[in-house]
Write a protein that binds this ligand. Sequence first.
Ligand code: BDR
Ligand code: CA
Length: 322
Amino acid sequence: MQQILIDTDPGVDDAYAILLAMLSHEFHVPAITTVCGNVPVDQATQNLLTILGLLDLDEFPMIAQGEAAPLIKPLVTAAHVHGDDGLGNTSHLQNANGSPLYPPANTTLSSMTGTELILEMAAQYPDELIIVALGPLTNLATAIRKDPAKMRRLRKIIIMGGVFEEYGNVTTTAEFNIFVDPHAAHEVFQFGVPVHIAPLDATHQVVLTGERLRTETENQEDRVSRFLWDATQACMEFYREHVGFWGFHIHDALPIAMLTHPDYFESVNAYVQVETAGDLTNGMTIADLRPERQRSDPNAQVCLKVAAEAFLNAFFERLHAP
Ligand code: BDR
Ligand code: CA
């Protein structure tokens, strides 16, 4: 059983990832922390509760709200992609009697901050805890600053973020999670705990089309399927207008599947750096991936290839399993 802590800024694709993780028997998820990113952090926490409310859980993970602002830069959000509430405006949907269609989970927040909960879990599961980071890396950097010794005992950190051989999705050169807090990303990459990265180069290989999502969800009675269909509409419209197809990249689900189905992913060792200063290149992730240029001290594994169809099949299998 893998012990994972999810650090997240939900976010529609974060919802896919969290649901996949919670429905995967390989994991125990003792804690989930929220961070500002797609939406301000209090909305991210609200969204996490909504996502967990879709599941009939016997035991809830501990939940703590993390950082409300990046280390140095002002916060940039992504409501234009994920809807005003970050979950495709599903928070406005109601039952006939006026109650929310997707009510929050009946659980309470920890009194700890996100940083404190990360450190608490790192201490509770030394050499075992895997952090899956699905948003900007602010909470992780803050935890590293506060107690590096505890963070050194992490087993690894898996990140959705960055882009290496393609264009970025916020600027020409930068991917959203790294762009929002490049200083935090720099500190995490330099820290020395093994980092495994799912960049846009990998996540763009998985194309969830609107047609596939419809087929997978339309005759299903369960709340998870209904929610995914409802929550993804706004994103798919954004993609239709700005990306060129009706569908969605479920970026954040990849790091989860890298743990459950490692055979579907091919990665290379690399020395990854983050541009924190440049105007045009702020938040760019830089690594020379040419085999003959490899340094002897890689700080990350970068995933560059995904068995996309197998991954999508596995995702929906997990989703539909009783
Ligand atoms: C990343 O940015 C966010 O909008 C998504 O949730 C994902 O984590 C993709 O660049
Ligand atoms: Ca995210």
